[in-house]
Design a protein around this ligand. Sequence first.
Ligand SMILES: [Cu+2]
Length: 229
Amino acid sequence: MVLLNDLRSPAGSWTVAGQPGGGAFDPQGPVSEAMAGLWWLMFWLGLAVFVVVAAVLAVGLFRRRRGGEPPPDRQGSFGRWFVVAGVVGPLVILLVVFGATVRAMRFVPTSAPPEALVVEVVGHQFWWEVRYPAHGITLRDELHLPVGRPVNLQLRSADVIHSFWVPELAGKIDMLPDHPNTLVLEAGRPGKYTSRCAEFCGLEHTRMVLTVVAEPEDRFAAWLADRRG
Ligand SMILES: [Cu+2]
């Protein structure tokens, strides 16, 4: 669908690095899957409400044109319509969305489990510094992740406010100069994604691109060992 293609990752279907990116509609981990599921639920519910309202409006316009005011004995049904369509309907829909939101929140952790890999990401005008403190590794514009293990990202900025966003893996979070933010995410399968700074941070903001590589645990361990020399 053309519409969905347009709504894909901020880089579109083709990125600077030449890698395809499916964006938030192509979730690749438990956190982004929960968020995409919630989005689609709200989309379909919203579409259903729109169709029903449009149909009732069309019927109302058509009847008004043919028959004028409704007969007095039919006016009582408007009260029932008001209660069902204006109170009960929205209440049921909001309760469904509330329940689904609470359920989705269980997949979006606010604190990392102890086995999580700690990675520090520092935003600079206009590049990404990625550090693995337990392994003594520092990378530029590149983030490697193991598949199937939670990653505890410690995000901050060295200058102005930046924003970290890998649409295929998790939601968006600000990178602030005076306060570290934590984002816990997990890649469900191997892949290569592109993250672009999601907060306008200066003239070269659009060049601030981070390549994210998710690898199976054994290949990730080999990469770590190779990097450490
Ligand atoms: Cu930035």
